[in-house]
Design a protein around this ligand. Structure first.
Ligand SMILES: *[C@@H]1O[C@H](CO)[C@@H](O)[C@H](O)[C@H]1NC(C)=O
Ligand SMILES: *[C@@H]1O[C@H](CO)[C@@H](O)[C@H](O)[C@H]1NC(C)=O
Ligand SMILES: *[C@@H]1O[C@H](CO)[C@@H](O)[C@H](O)[C@H]1NC(C)=O
Ligand SMILES: *[C@@H]1O[C@H](CO)[C@@H](O)[C@H](O)[C@H]1NC(C)=O
Ligand SMILES: *[C@@H]1O[C@H](CO)[C@@H](O)[C@H](O)[C@H]1NC(C)=O
Ligand SMILES: *[C@@H]1O[C@H](CO)[C@@H](O)[C@H](O)[C@H]1NC(C)=O
Length: 766
């Protein structure tokens, strides 16, 4: 075949231009241009190269999106003389399908940026959006407007999405409605919905897509996020009244995740790197939940390149998450295979499932949940359709349950997601492969570039309650207050009034009812009414204080006779709020030492100990830590390094330089209960200012924040006007109460299960 190249003199000229010495190539650029846009080539004009048309936002390439340079030197999808290639303006599906209402303006076609408004006939009330705009991705903004009226049926009118028609007008229990899409459109989602006893329709509303319609990364992260989260959340039954579903995975269930990425030539090479980054982001995101899934990760084309073998997770030695990430990072595409064998991917998953089942036994296997995540454009040209293999996978996971009820009960154990990311997506082949309980499992993305961002946004919703320290790292939009709330959702401002003077401190939310801060923020004689705690949870910024309690061993005058006029050992206090704060993505407790939740956040498997946590967090002689400082009504982050082990003595000796300390042994003032930061070596730390007192000294671990200490006192006041990000000098040092040394105090209150006022934290046995 190698000699059968098309070699016109024009091609030779063009190829000279492109490859220097090489004089022969395969396809030509004749008649390839596009009006209003441009094109790119994946492998210049060599055979196998894919020509991809690009148009500005709001336009799409027509009549074709891509052309392939074939073996004989001609383009597949040859240009047609009478339909020249051009960029066409994006159209949205017909909204006038709405019943019992008016759409204005009435138009034959609706284009990008066209606005529509909706009104119901009298006697009907509207649900959904009364105004919608046609967006550049070929979808209408907002949600489907529906005009309905009380009919006595069990379910409300489910409406008709734009571009669709519906069969079925009776909305009683068990009644079915069926949707189809009008010409040029295809249906994404489930074409049938059933009216359930709880008055809801099964499945999500389907949508009609054009070939150029795509899902935005926000849409994908919301839909995929809420779906995958259900697989990941290990919370005990959280009643989800809206969809009537319970969280499915029990704490001892096993989750197997199979990820496969198409690297055949139909997707550009740099996309492989992007796909790798996206997978890594996804894995990191998943591990910020308290689960340790088993992974099968592979790249595929005509062959199957296994990167991580799921069977390794069933050996004695657990596979470290970082090892998984390294394996993905180090993967190189060495051969450029032509062809895509999609079926092979499912064959391999099925094979692995069979081996797992054999290893763990049928009973155990019943408890395994499987999530298959596939990235492809679906242009398979080898191996045949994967549908029969998918049917076999279902059979295996559904345990041959053929009765409708039994099979339904098993459906929760298998989710197949498809992310269609190519330029020219074969929807008809891909859509039938997805499974899932009515959630959206099929995504059409314009560009693989968006995937990483998409996965990064997944932890967005408020559903993941109870996971301490979970936060967003890359939030960039919004006011400084909003950014800070998302990044430090546990932070609280504390103002204490004493004799007309107010003292400002920082606190950290450690449970919906409790804020942790420093004891020295309080003055003898303070009552709860003097204390003002501010956390903006959308229910009023200022929180009423029920009581506060200082560590019983805190005694500021305790060592006055030993040359330490102000002694800050056990400088901790807990404030109980009258009412609990509303937990959300921007208001959430921080993780504190020696709790089960913190072990989960640190991904310690099985029975863990307090010591293990401390060894993990404070293991090196120099540990980078952070704390906050107020900045207007927001906060800034300060960085410092805790000097531990052999470096500690040299750090705490500067305590003797603090004003009024006359003791000669620094350990009199700085007991073992303190962490020491500050100085210039090896890094110039930030120093704590007065208003930073009581704030968390924290470390981040994969999207989770763990508080290891709290800001107590320092040797010098380098802060002018009380605050800001001030850098240390040579001798300035700060001392922070190490929370591992005050666990008994925390446990006595936060772990006290002899009361019923608040829910307790689960502290480790030892
Ligand atoms: C090139 O090959 C394709 C199929 O492989 C065929 O359809 C097409 O007619 C061929 N074109 C030329 C110019 O030979
Ligand atoms: C709808 O959009 C098209 C294309 O941009 C434009 O020509 C037309 O004027 C718009 N119609 C309305 C009513 O805005
Ligand atoms: C969950 O719902 C069930 C049934 O409606 C109810 O009995 C139970 O108390 C609820 N549990 C919680 C934690 O709300
Ligand atoms: C965990 O597994 C055991 C035995 O396999 C079972 O008895 C127990 O109910 C399971 N726990 C949960 C929370 O599902
Ligand atoms: C399911 O069916 C297949 C073939 O029909 C059979 O080999 C297998 O043993 C069955 N599995 C169970 C759990 O019944
Ligand atoms: C040191 O002691 C003196 C005298 O008691 C007092 O006025 C001063 O405020 C103290 N300085 C500090 C920094 O505490």
């Amino acid at each position: 075949m190698g000699f059968a190249v098309h070699c016109s003199w024009l091609a030779a000229l063009l190829c000279l231009h492109f490859f220097g010495g090489q004089v022969c190539c395969d396809c030509t650029e004749e008649n390839m241009e596009i009006e209003g846009g441009h094109y790119t080539l994946t492998k210049q004009l060599q055979k196998g190269s894919l020509l991809i048309y690009h148009c500005p936002e709001g336009y799409y390439p027509y009549p074709v999106v891509t052309r392939l340079c074939q073996h004989n030197g001609s383009w597949r999808m040859a240009p047609k003389r009478f339909t020249p290639q051009r960029c066409r303006v994006v159209e949205c599906p017909d909204p006038t399908v709405m019943e019992y209402g008016e759409v204005s303006p009435p138009q034959e076609k609706y284009f990008v940026n066209n606005e529509t408004t909706y009104e119901c006939y009298s006697g009907y009330t509207m649900r959904g959006s009364a105004r919608r705009v046609c967006l550049p991705n070929g979808k209408w903004s907002g949600s489907t407007p529906i005009c309905g009226r009380e009919t006595g049926h069990n379910c409300a009118d489910p409406g008709i999405p734009p571009g669709a028609s519906r069969a079925g007008n009776i909305f009683g229990v068990d009644e079915t409605v069926k949707y189809s899409c009008n010409s040029n459109l295809f249906l994404v989602g489930s074409s049938e919905r059933v009216c359930l006893e709880n008055g809801q329709w099964s499945n999500k509303e389907p949508a009609c897509y054009y070939k150029y319609t795509y899902d935005t990364s926000l849409e994908v992260s919301q839909a995929f996020g809420s779906s995958i989260k259900e697989s990941l959340t290990t919370l005990e039954s959280l009643n989800d009244t809206q969809s009537g579903k319970m969280i499915r995975i029990s704490k001892n269930g096993t989750l197997n995740i199979y990820i496969a990425v198409d690297i055949s030539e139909s997707i550009e090479e740099e996309d492989v790197e992007k796909a790798k980054k996206a997978i890594i982001t996804l894995i990191k995101k998943i591990s910020s939940f308290t689960v340790n899934p088993n992974y099968e990760i592979a790249f595929f084309s005509s062959g199957f390149h296994e990167v991580v073998n799921i069977l390794d997770f069933f050996n004695e030695k657990p596979v470290e998450r970082n090892t998984i990430i390294d394996m993905v990072e180090n993967f190189k595409v060495d051969e450029k295979n032509t062809g895509t064998d999609l079926n092979l991917v499912f064959e391999k998953s099925l094979e692995q499932m069979a081996v797992i089942k054999q290893r763990v036994g049928t009973e155990q296997f019943k408890e395994h949940r499987h999530v298959i995540i596939l990235f492809t454009d679906g242009a398979y040209n080898m191996g045949g359709s994967p549908e029969p293999t998918v049917a076999r996978i279902k059979n295996m996971v559904y345990m041959n349950q053929t009765g409708e009820e039994e099979a339904k009960s098993r459906e929760a154990y298998l989710d197949i997601y498809v992310f269609a990311t190519g330029k020219d997506i074969f929807d008809e082949d891909l859509q039938p492969l997805v499974t899932g309980l009515g959630e959206k499992h099929y995504f059409r993305m314009k560009d693989i570039t968006e995937l990483q961002e998409t996965f990064d946004q997944i932890i967005d919703e408020e559903e993941v309650k109870g996971l301490c320290g979970l936060h967003k790292e890359y939030e960039i939009v919004g006011s400084p207050q909003k950014v800070a709330r998302n990044k430090y959702p546990w932070w609280a401002s504390i103002i204490i009034q004493t004799d007309g003077r107010s003292k400002s401190c920082i606190g950290s939310l450690v449970n919906p009812y409790f804020v942790l801060t420093a004891a020295h923020c309080f003055t003898f004689g303070n009552v709860p009414e003097d204390v003002r705690v501010e956390i903006d949870d959308g229910q009023g910024r200022v929180k009423k204080v029920k009581y506060f309690i200082l560590h019983p061993k805190y005694n500021i005058k305790g060592k006055a006779k030993e040359g330490v006029p102000e002694f800050y050992d056990y400088d901790v206090a807990l404030i109980q709020l009258e009412e609990y704060v509303q937990i959300s993505s921007s208001v959430r407790p921080i993780c504190i030492p020696c709790t089960q939740e913190t072990s989960d956040a640190l991904q310690l498997v099985g029975v863990s100990t307090c010591k293990q946590q401390e060894e993990l967090l404070l293991k090196k002689e120099l540990e980078r830590v952070s704390f906050l400082t107020k900045s207007g009504s927001s906060v800034d982050e300060k960085d410092a390094h805790a000097k531990l082990g052999g470096l500690r003595d040299n750090c705490i000796k500067y305590a003797l330089e603090a004003p009024n300390i006359t003791a000669t042994d620094p350990k009199v003032a700085v007991t073992d209960n303190f962490l020491c930061t500050g100085g210039l070596t090896p890094f110039r730390d930030h120093v704590a200012c007065k208003g930073d007192s009581g704030g968390a000294v924290f470390m981040n671990y994969e999207h989770r924040t763990i508080q290891v200490a709290l800001v107590s006192w320092g040797t010098k006041d380098l802060c002018r006007s009380g605050g800001g990000k001030v850098e240390s000098d040579k001798t300035s040092r700060d001392f922070h109460i190490n929370l591992f040394r005050v666990v008994d105090f925390l446990k006595g209150i936060l772990g006290n299960d002899e009361q019923e006022e608040y829910s307790t934290l689960e502290f480790l046995k030892d």
